[in-house]
Design a protein around this ligand. Structure first.
Ligand code: T3D
Length: 262
């Protein structure tokens, strides 16, 4: 189970590849921990200013590895609350809390927790041939990894319920037209397009982008009045960054800004 996750630092961003292609990159504990470690690395390293997450082979991620849940010999069902508490929930929290943009390139099928992992990222590209499947209902489970929170917010209750209850695959283009993801792109363009955006955001005003991410995420839970205060505080903080000074100066000097991330 070595190298269940590959990581490659390029152009200011960390490209992380889920790498269990023979299992469609389904999650076992080793892959969870390896992914967590790479996200921690991305969070800690000042030279990494964005993350690009993708999958090896023909799939993005098929969710939980069900061969680790084999109860055919009469084994007791595992306590799934424990797996969520210790593995899936920390992963979603980690992505949402990361103070750098996380871009997801969904290169193929994204099922179960694999679909919701993708949706937890900040900007999601998908290859035209990719499908999103809330596979949970087929095995008697509920959508996890934030699915029941994110889906109704992104696409409304009607579509969220139908996708979750039927487990029907949703094609990338429909996902984009519904507002579930940012863009569906031709398969052969997926990595170039998502890599280009990752590099662009890695060269951006990191502090401002992190505050933007935080504000948009918090908006779902607070009234406008309170949120206006949060925007005021965030803008005050962004306004104290070197990148704000550089952005305004570059505009006035009619040249591209050179953001340092500070
Ligand atoms: O358990 C907990 O801790 C709670 C947390 C749960 C989170 C969850 O994610 S629950 C949902 C788990 N995932 C699924 O239910 C999806 C299962 N997979 C599928 O439905 C299909 O494989 C796909 C729709 C994703 C893809 O279909 P297809 O036809 O393109 O491929 P395939 O032939 O089904 O799969 C190819 C191989 O990958 C196959 O192995 P083989 O026959 O070549 O040896 C298949 O068994 C394996 N595979 C696919 N998904 C999983 C998997 N092996 C283990 N676990 C998987 N999730």
């Amino acid at each position: 189970d070595a190298d269940t996750v590959l990581a490659d630092q390029r152009d200011g961003y960390l490209m992380i590849t889920l790498n269990r292609p023979d299992r469609l990159n389904a999650f076992n504990e080793t892959m969870h921990l390896a992914l967590r470690e790479q996200l921690n690395r991305a969070s800690a390293a000042s030279e990494i200013r964005a993350v690009l997450l993708t999958g090896a082979g023909r799939a993005f991620c098929a969710g939980q590895d069900l061969s680790d849940r084999d109860m055919r010999g009469g084994a007791e069902a595992p306590d799934l609350g424990v797996t969520l508490e210790t593995l899936y929930n920390p992963l979603v929290r980690q992505i949402r809390a990361l103070k750098k943009p996380v871009i997801c390139a969904v290169n193929g099928v994204a099922a179960g927790a694999g679909a919701n992992l993708a949706l937890a990222c900040d900007i999601v590209f998908a290859a035209q041939s990719a499908r999103f499947i809330q596979a949970f209902s087929k095995i008697g489970l509920v959508p996890d990894s934030g699915g029941t929170w994110l889906l109704p917010r992104l696409i409304g209750e009607a579509r969220a319920k139908a996708l979750s209850m039927t487990g029907e695959p949703l094609q990338a283009e429909t996902a984009a037209s519904w507002g579930l993801i940012w863009k569906a792109v031709a398969d052969e363009d997926l990595m170039a397009e998502s890599g280009k955006l990752a590099a662009q955001l890695a060269a951006g005003a990191t502090k401002g982008l992190a505050l933007t991410k935080q504000l948009i995420q918090e908006a779902a839970d607070q009234p406008l009045d309170q949120h206006l205060d949060a925007e005021r505080d965030a803008q005050r903080e962004a306004g104290r960054s070197d990148d704000y000074r550089e952005g305004v100066t570059a505009f006035l000097e009619k040249r591209p800004a050179r953001f340092s991330g500070a």
